[in-house]
Write a new protein. Structure first.
Length: 248
């Protein structure tokens, strides 16, 4: 969800006005994703590195998060959306933690799309935490070194219960992944769009999904192998939209 700041300053507004407009887009994109049958939509709403932004901006973002959660809860309930988070949410102000806990609890019975908010999230920390937990299990004798493989590693990540990541959309013209879902991106398709997040509407989301559908996902195989047999798992539906630190 990148480009809020530039969208605002180019229009002579404060950066936080761009975040406010960005929050409005969240509603629209959640709706179009749920309608499209996306199983899990992960929004990079606040990175670990974003704590280094000016205090005023951090406070405004935390306030916007609460406003969004309170305002959108009923609509999310109507759509059957289940809310979850990844990231070190214990770093968030207590009021955000409280509202998140309440909304997550209230929506927990829903069986529709999972809306995953990445908050105080950094993929490198997620990976080092997984390493630490696995190392502790080896040290305590619960598992042996030979037990460690890609599946076990994935199971120690915060995203372990979500389907494989299919598509990453990054808005605002930046062509980098900025510490977002680094392990999970191994075979994801990536769509970079020049559109700033506040201008990213449902039509652009649909275009990105159509672009994704036009790609041949080979997972290391040859095109010929695919046309003769197909590759299992190539058309599931998890989408991640990145919003990140412009300093990254
Ligand atoms: C990146 O744009 C955006 C963010 C760091 C925050 C994203 C937050 C929202 C869209 C609203 C609140 C979130 C929810 C879930 C309601 P930027 O500030 O880095 O833009 P720039 O690169 O143009 O400066």
């Amino acid at each position: 969800m990148d480009g809020n700041g530039r969208w605002a300053t180019e229009r002579g507004h404060l950066r936080v006005y761009g975040h406010r407009k960005g929050a409005e887009r969240v509603r629209e994109i959640v709706e179009v994703a749920a309608e499209a049958g996306v199983k899990a939509l992960t929004l990079f709403a606040f990175s670990e590195e974003n704590w280094a932004r000016p205090n005023f901006e951090v406070k405004a973002l935390m306030k916007l998060l609460n406003t969004y959660l309170i305002k959108e809860k009923d609509r999310l309930m109507e759509m059957g959306v289940c809310l979850e988070t990844i990231g070190d949410t214990k770093q968030l102000p207590k009021s955000n933690q409280k509202i998140l806990r309440e909304v997550i609890r209230d929506l927990s019975g829903n069986t529709g799309m999972k809306l995953v908010l990445a908050l105080s999230y950094g993929a490198q920390s997620e990976i080092t935490d997984a390493c630490r937990n696995i190392a502790a299990s080896v040290k305590d004798g619960y598992i042996s070194l030979e037990d460690i493989d890609n599946n076990m590693f994935s199971a120690h990540l915060q995203t372990s219960k979500y389907p494989p990541l299919d598509l990453l959309i990054r808005t605002s013209g930046e062509c980098r992944v900025s510490n977002f879902l680094l392990w999970q991106l191994a075979y994801a398709e990536i769509v970079f769009t020049p559109v700033y997040w506040p201008d990213f509407r449902s039509d652009q989301f649909t275009e990105a999904v159509i672009e994704y559908q036009s790609r041949q996902r080979r997972f290391g195989k040859t095109g010929e192998q695919l046309t003769s047999g197909g590759v299992e798992g190539s058309y599931s539906s998890e989408v991640a939209v990145e919003s990140t630190n412009s300093l990254a």
